[in-house]
Write a protein of this length. Structure first.
Ligand code: ARG
Ligand code: ZN
Length: 878
């Protein structure tokens, strides 16, 4: 087999033919579904000499018939290979009829048309449509669709596709059909079909121009009681997009369907969003607060795509962040407006700095707009999504909201119905603001995380504060030279006497107390004048750019900012930095075999947090949360998993011992038996209470053990139950862990999404027996390698969150992951290529682990690989 070849952005060419209208007819059967397609085709060029052959994509299809304008083609007139159908000569304008057979039941890749729990469903983004029928499967070919779905009336009573149902009826042999018409031209990646035994909940929404839209959520019957939150979220998202971006929904019907087997979170198919059931279904007894918030965010995300993605789509897949980065920015803003804005920002940034920074520093680093790829499914990444969102956020901040909104209005109106590029988007921003964004464009083309070294000093005599900023972006695998970026740095200078933000003047210009300065050169000096008292700088407020910023803060400075910074995000970040300094010392002590001593300044800072009456309890809960092991690892030159674990555990236990009564008081004060609602006040109380309990349980305080067991048994809501079960499971006492796990596992055996949580909780256990437990759980009847949620819950959670055990020095953790990757490579290449990630980060570890991890990657490489796994493994071993 020849090695898969990359495709390049600079090779982009307009399609030779366009499809103006697509007619599809599906005759559904698990083993042999017939797909009849009629494409209305037109050559782009009018010139006869441009009469290029028509090349259509198609994979895993059995071609039964091909005809042009009703004339069946003979053997010499076309050719078929594993990836294409080529017709040598075609007229200027014509109808192409094809008929193919496909086997949804053997589709374990979950791309194209597949079966999930007996129900037919599709996933076409990015290149799944070519597994359904022969088609120009590229986003710049946009057509209206008319789709007839035929199925068995008894087993498949519900037949759905995009747009509006226009006809339905009975057919012989107990079959029936529904015909759907989607009037909006769309690329085929937005096509969807669902057929199954489903039930719906229905609601309505009146749009800003007074149009009445029917909203439906389709689920399996037993899940009808788990749709309220998704429906409420959908209505809030529809209203928010009208109020915030002036975007109105455009069809009479909007449907969401929940499916159990799904590679990602959800998919924005026009009028028919298909969701991983984990991203729709919630119930107070089965879903945590975090899950409720995730559902709200994903429902909004997919809905927002109706404009940022569907009405205006991507010219090619290199532009993926055009829709994903922008839409993530939109959903983040929505969630911030609906819940606690500072907490949303803290959560997003702390995830970003852990996971996206690691991606940007690893072998698969790529720009927000990649310039080549082998397999596009590998590029649904944190860089495309989250860094892309940070880049859009910087644009919003550079322009200010009003100009940015003018820019989005222009973008949506100018490019409605078109497939466009990132230049088109940024061009609108330039046009409405007059700002020069040419240097800014490098954010899209340059991979890697910029590092800023900041230094400052106060000149008493002149009342000046001097700030020096130096930027550098480390080399990434295929980019060695890096250009200086345009980096907006939001900052304040906090007076050490007053504790207030000081008025800033720069180059004679008054900036105010909170301002943005622009770093464009490799190094720049900023002199702030009229600074009456010595300040501590509060830099990169709100994480104003996706960079690493170092400043030689003393611990007193950080304790000061933790109390006085007017920016909630930086107040939290000061606490994280303070904890990191203490952790660094303890990691060194552990490595050197020196006795560990807790830094009293951290204890004092925590005492102040616990006893002061902080009004934002959600932020307080975040402040009391220590940096994760993964985040700490990101800060180390060579990751020492054992030292990190030991140091973090030591800090946690020391704080628990020193502040036992304070934690106990916080726990007691935030107990409540009001009926569950996923609203910010309650969520904050639960977060705070459960953080306090986790400290107390780290020392297995007797009273805390009793409280944890009570909380578990009270079964008030999944947030509290899961928090308690996790603490019991993580304790060293098997008399606590085992009975609780058993009770929970039996109680929820019927609920697949709760069982996912049961799997995850067990494999995050720090004790060394976890690998044996994991192997045992892989044999559990509820586990299946074919279900991505199960793979993520058990294998993904273990490899990414149980760092001490995954990185066991005997290499057993690595071996287990490689075994799973080898199996999944055959079943579901997209999931295989994702789950492998922790192994690709081998460069970060000591030599022994490096060798073990590389040996597993080599073992995988020796297999016959899907393009997905091939691309990742090749990069990891390059
Ligand atoms: N567009 C979907 C979303 O909003 C994700 C689709 C992912 N598809 C894939 N093959 N990975 O996030
Ligand atoms: Zn998306």
């Amino acid at each position: 087999m020849s090695a898969p070849q990359p495709i390049h952005l600079h090779d982009y060419q307009l399609p030779a033919y366009r499809v103006t209208h697509t007619e599809l007819k599906f005759d559904l059967s698990p083993s042999a579904t017939r797909v009849v397609a009629r494409l209305h085709l037109e050559r782009h060029s009018e010139r006869q000499e441009d009469n290029l052959p028509l090349v259509l994509n198609g994979e895993h299809l059995k071609l039964l018939r091909v005809a042009i304008d009703g004339q069946e083609l003979g053997a010499g007139e076309y050719s078929v290979d594993a990836e294409t159908l080529t017709i040598f000569e075609v007229p200027q304008r014509f109808l192409l009829d094809t008929e193919v057979e496909i086997a949804p039941e053997s589709n374990t890749a979950l791309e194209g048309l597949y079966l999930s729990n007996g129900m037919f469903c599709t996933q076409c983004e990015a290149e799944g449509f070519r597994r359904i029928t022969y088609y120009p499967d590229r986003p710049d070919v946009m057509a209206t669709f008319s789709t007839t779905v035929i199925g068995d009336a008894a087993s498949l009573p519900v037949l759905l596709s995009n747009g509006n149902p226009v006809e339905r009826g009975e057919l012989p042999n107990g079959r029936h059909f529904v015909t759907w018409e989607d009037p909006f031209p769309k690329p085929c990646y937005l096509f969807a079909l669902v057929a199954g035994d489903l039930e719906k909940v229905e609601d309505r929404f009146t749009t800003m121009s007074g149009r009445d839209v029917t909203l439906q959520i389709w689920v399996e019957k037993e899940n009808l009681d788990k749709t309220d939150h998704a429906m409420a979220s959908l209505k809030r998202a529809m209203k928010w997009d009208e109020d915030t971006y002036g975007r109105e929904y455009d069809l009479d019907l909007f449907m969401i369907v929940a499916v159990n087997d799904f590679n990602m979170g959800a998919m924005e198919n026009k009028g028919l969003n298909i969701f991983n059931s984990a991203a729709v279904l919630t119930h107070p007894l089965t879903a945590t607060d975090a899950a409720f918030q995730r559902v709200e965010g994903i429902v909004a995300h997919e809905y927002f795509h109706n404009w940022s993605g569907n009405r205006v789509t991507c010219r090619d897949w290199f532009q993926l962040s055009l829709k994903e980065g922008f839409t993530v920015f939109r959903d983040q803003s929505f969630s911030a407006d609906t819940n606690s804005a500072p907490v949303k920002r803290i959560e997003d940034v702390s995830f970003f700095r852990t996971a996206q920074f690691a991606e940007d520093a690893g072998p698969t680093a790529h720009p927000v707009r990649p310039d080549h790829y082998i397999e596009i499914s590998n590029f649904y990444t944190l860089t495309i999504y989250e860094k892309g969102a940070e880049v859009v956020r910087m644009l919003r901040n550079l322009l200010g909201w009003e100009a940015f909104r003018k820019g989005t209005d222009l973008y949506f109106s100018r490019f409605d119905g078109q497939a466009v590029t990132i230049e088109d988007f940024v061009g609108c921003m330039h046009e409405v603001s007059g700002q020069d964004l040419s240097q800014f464009m490098s954010w899209y083309s340059q991979a890697g995380t910029p590092e800023i070294d900041a230094n400052g000093h106060y000149d008493y005599a002149k009342s000046e504060y001097h700030l020096t900023l130096r930027q550098r972006t480390p080399a990434t695998p295929d980019q060695h030279e890096k250009l200086p970026l345009h980096i907006p740095i939001r900052l304040g200078l906090v007076g050490t006497k007053s504790g207030d933000d000081l008025e800033m003047t720069l180059d004679g210009e008054t900036l105010g107390k909170d301002a943005v300065i622009h770093l464009r050169e490799e190094e720049q000096n900023f002199v702030f004048t009229g600074i009456a008292e010595a300040p501590v700088p509060s830099l990169l407020r709100g994480f104003s750019a996706p960079v690493k910023l170092r400043f030689p803060y003393g611990r007193e400075d950080l304790a000061f900012l933790l109390q006085h910074d007017s920016d909630g995000f930086n107040r939290w970040d000061a606490g994280q930095r303070l904890a990191m300094l203490a952790l660094d010392d303890l990691i060194a002590a552990h490595r050197n075999g020196v006795e560990k001593v807790m830094d009293v300044r951290v204890v004092d800072a925590f005492r102040t947090l616990l006893t002061a009456k902080v009004d934002d309890k959600a932020v307080l809960a975040e402040m009391l949360t220590l940096p994760s092991e993964a985040y700490i690892a990101e800060q180390q030159p060579v990751v020492d998993v054992d030292a990190i674990h030991a140091a973090r555990t030591f800090v946690k236990q020391s704080l628990a011992v020193a502040l036992r009564d304070e934690f106990m008081a916080v726990y007691g004060d935030h107990q409540s038996d009001v009926s569950y609602a996923p609203e910010p006040g309650q969520i904050a109380d639960r977060a705070l209470k459960n953080v306090a309990l986790s400290y107390l349980m780290s020392i297995e305080d007797e009273e805390a053990v009793a409280l944890t067991q009570q909380q578990f048994e009270a079964d008030h809501n999944m947030t509290d139950v899961r928090a308690a079960l996790t603490l019991l499971t993580h304790s060293s006492r098997s008399d606590l862990a085992d009975p609780a796990l058993k009770a929970f596992g039996e109680k929820w055996a019927h609920d697949s999404l709760v069982m996912d949580q049961w799997f995850s909780i067990q494999v995050t256990r720090p004790q060394p027996d976890v690998l044996e437990r994991l192997k045992f759980l892989m044999q559990h009847p509820a586990f299946s390698l074919k279900n991505p949620n199960k793979v993520r819950a058990l294998i993904g959670t273990f490899a990414s969150q149980n760092r001490v055990n995954f990185h066991r020095i005997d290499g057993e953790g690595y071996q287990l992951l490689a075994d799973v990757v080898i199996e999944l490579n055959k079943l579901n290449p997209e999931i295989a290529a994702r789950i492998i990630t922790p192994l690709t980060r081998w460069q970060r570890f000591d030599e022994t682990r490096q060798a073990l991890m590389k040996a597993e990657l080599e073992r995988i490489r020796a297999e016959e690989l899907s393009p997905n796994v091939y691309e990742v493994v090749e990069k990891a071993l390059a």
